[in-house]
Design a protein around this ligand. Structure first.
Ligand SMILES: Cc1cc2nc3c(=O)[nH]c(=O)nc-3n(C[C@H](O)[C@H](O)[C@H](O)COP(=O)(O)O)c2cc1C
Length: 211
């Protein structure tokens, strides 16, 4: 799959209100599938931007693990920095950058924790090593040495030998319910296409923005 040719195809086809789906989730599904088909590395990697209660921003990469009409789901430690910020200020933004396709998708919305059952189901599907890693790491806190973490994992391996590893109570998913989703398609001469969907009175309104 030659992603540079795909990019040219998308660039010349552009993005028009008449061609996009009225439901941004369906539109996202199409673009996400394009990113998968193009063989991009970790097409589900997204930048998550959060801010403290007094507006100090921070950003980091997380992996999209599910999306539907309700929003976009990722998993993390509920006691790390991003979680602390999200618990006091649930407003956040996501950014997907699919450079080889000349595309980005921007999402703005509000997070809430997903159900314990949903987190359990995903946790159970993870490899054993990742499950132990979730228990071992006090995310975002300083640690003296890598060996401290490795020793914790060894101790956990012994503790859980021959047993199922339960989901740590401090680990689970968040869902970002979108209020706005922008699809950006790079075009010639910097006249890029931008279509933003905004939720208004329960319906999505689409607007073209200048590049
Ligand atoms: C490609 C990639 C994917 C990542 N996925 C996740 C993820 O799904 N969940 C997560 O908590 N951290 C993930 N991380 C690590 C985060 O970027 C970050 O280092 C960590 O969550 C701590 O962030 P915080 O201190 O702001 O809470 C990922 C990093 C990279 C580079």
């Amino acid at each position: 799959m030659d992603a540079s040719n795909l990019r040219k195809e998308y660039t010349s086809a552009g993005l028009d209100k008449a061609d996009v789906h009225h439901d941004p989730v369906v539109q996202f599904r199409a673009w996400f599938q394009n990113a998968i088909d193009a063989g991009l590395h970790e097409p589900n990697a997204m930048i998550l931007a959060t801010a403290t209660g007094d507006g100090k921003p921070s950003a980091r990469t997380v992996l999209l693990k599910g999306y539907d009409e309700r929003g976009f789901v990722f998993y993390t430690n509920y006691e790390g920095r991003k979680a602390g910020e999200l618990e006091t200020n649930p407003r956040c933004a996501l950014l997907f950058y699919w450079g080889e396709l000349g595309r980005q998708v921007r999402v703005e919305g509000t997070v809430s924790r997903i159900s314990e059952q949903e987190s359990d189901e995903y946790f159970t599907s993870r490899p054993r090593g990742s499950r132990l890693g979730a228990w071992a790491s006090q995310q975002s806190r300083p640690v003296k040495d890598r060996s401290v973490l490795e020793e914790r994992v060894l101790a956990l391996e012994t503790e859980y030998e021959g047993r199922e590893i339960p989901r740590p109570p401090f680990w689970g998913g968040y869902r970002i319910e979108p209020e706005a989703i922008e699809f950006w398609q790079g075009r010639e001469s910097r006249l890029h296409d931008r279509l933003v969907y905004r939720r208004e009175d329960g319906a999505w309104r689409i607007e073209r923005l200048q590049p």
